[in-house]
Design a protein around this ligand. Structure first.
Ligand code: NDP
Ligand code: GDR
Length: 370
């Protein structure tokens, strides 16, 4: 049985990757941070009683900023494959905590690679590094490929640029099987609530159910190449099964604006939106509501722009070319954006119906819009 070690196991991708690897018969070890509240919601269905012998899903406390902890864990686990997914992954937040982001996302990757080297596991342990389309930043060319130059536009992207190159360097310097997956945005019903797609699907469900009046967003013109996380974690595994260690772009090859994503999400519940005005004056109003379950007035303003969500430097347009992954590894995404939006809306409607039930029962519910 192969042994995998996943950092960032409690995140969106960590959860899907764990399920995927367990189905393949792997023993999965994961790194989780100590928090004052439970932070394992996304993997609780995989949890196994620590008193059981022969567990195939094991969580360990640790942190990407603590080398001694990472070395000790890798020594104990002796993994065949490490998936380094842990990161402070929010681009806007990275402007507020740039030093921490550099430490966790940039140096954290070095700590993993160097632990493998220090323990003499260079020939045994393969390393996958969660690189990102944010590396492309300011548009140099489209679609973006493995050869497009990088121009990072946030402390997050700059930290990930260090991580990208230190992975390439350890591969070249020490002959390690270390690879970058340059993944474009990928989403799912368990996407973090402050990323724009999930913020939109949550809000669309809440507005439809009368639990929230309005959603405030930042740059509606930004365009992203959005795929489904399930397709992308499959590719992480394929990257480590390839003949040679290389770097790979993973994307759908289609791009959509934030504004159009909003329209698609509301469309899913029978609400048509019209956008009026420009820039910070732009508003989204209800044009029609075909679903009698929802009591939304025609002409009601349910979306506004709030400049607090603008980034000091923005990445305007991402569209990836995954030809190399398609042709060399046979990777083809199974989901398109419409399937993804549908799945996210269905899931958020179900979740918010629970809130509605609680509110109808006379209990107050915590309401957050970020
Ligand atoms: P999430 O934000 O959902 O998950 C991040 C994970 O990293 C969480 O488990 C988090 O723990 C953990 N983490 C954060 N900081 C630390 C730390 N200092 N020490 C240990 N663990 C830490 O991200 P995703 O699952 O969406 O993304 C996975 C990786 O892929 C990230 O590196 C991200 O930057 C990268 N990426 C993501 C893309 C996407 O579109 N989703 C696209 C390209 C790259 P906790 O749960 O406690 O917060
Ligand atoms: P991104 O994802 O920055 O691409 O990083 P995010 O969903 O945060 O933003 C996408 C685009 O939407 C615009 N936007 C808003 N974003 C947020 N979060 N909230 C808003 O209210 C809002 N309004 C408009 C943003 O300006 C941006 O242009 C994600 C993360 O998962 C990274 O870890 C990963 O590396 C990249 O995707 C690929």
């Amino acid at each position: 049985m192969k042994i995998a070690f996943i950092t960032g196991i409690t995140g969106q991708d960590g959860a899907y990757l764990s399920e995927f690897l367990l189905k393949k018969g792997y023993i999965v070890h994961g790194l989780k941070r100590r928090a004052s509240l439970f932070n394992t919601d996304r993997v609780d269905h995989l949890y196994q009683d620590p008193h059981l012998e022969n567990r195939n899903f094991v969580l360990h406390y640790g942190d990407m900023t603590d080398s001694t902890n990472l070395i000790r864990l890798i020594q104990k686990i002796q993994p065949d494959e490490i998936y380094n997914l842990a990161a402070m992954s929010h681009v806007q937040v990275s402007f507020e905590i740039p030093e921490y982001t550099g430490n966790a996302d940039g140096l954290g990757t070095l700590r993993i690679l160097d632990a493998v080297r220090l323990l003499g596991l260079e020939k045994k342990t393969k390393v996958y590094q969660a690189s990102t389309s944010e590396l492309y930043g300011k548009v140099q060319e489209t679609p973006q490929t493995e050869n497009t130059p990088f121009y990072p536009r946030s402390p997050y992207a700059v930290a990930k640029m260090y991580a990208y190159w230190i992975t390439v360097n350890y591969r070249e310097a020490y002959g390690m099987f270390a690879c970058n997956g340059i993944l474009f945005n990928h989403e799912s019903p368990i996407r973090g609530e402050t990323f724009v797609t999930r913020k939109i699907t949550r809000a669309a469900a809440r507005i439809a159910l009368g639990l929230q009046d309005k959603i405030y967003l930042g740059n509606l013109d930004a365009q992203r190449d959005w795929g489904h996380a399930k397709d992308y974690v499959r590719m992480m595994w394929m990257i480590l099964q390839a003949e040679e260690p290389e770097d790979w772009v993973i994307a759908t090859g289609k791009t959509t604006s934030v504004r159009d994503f909003v329209k698609m999400a509301f469309d899913e519940v029978g609400i048509k939106l019209e956008f009026v005005g420009e820039g910070v004056e732009e508003k989204g109003i209800v044009k029609s509501c075909a679903n009698s379950q929802f009591q939304l007035k025609i002409g009601k303003e349910i979306l506004a722009v709030d400049p607090k969500y603008f980034r000091p430097t923005e990445v305007e347009l991402l569209i990836g070319d995954a030809t190399k992954a398609n042709t060399k590894l046979g990777w083809i995404p199974e989901y398109d954006l419409k399937d993804l939006v549908k799945e996210m809306m269905e899931s958020d409607l179900k979740l918010m119906q629970k809130d509605q039930h609680i509110q109808n029962g006379g209990y107050e519910i915590f309401n957050y819009y970020e």
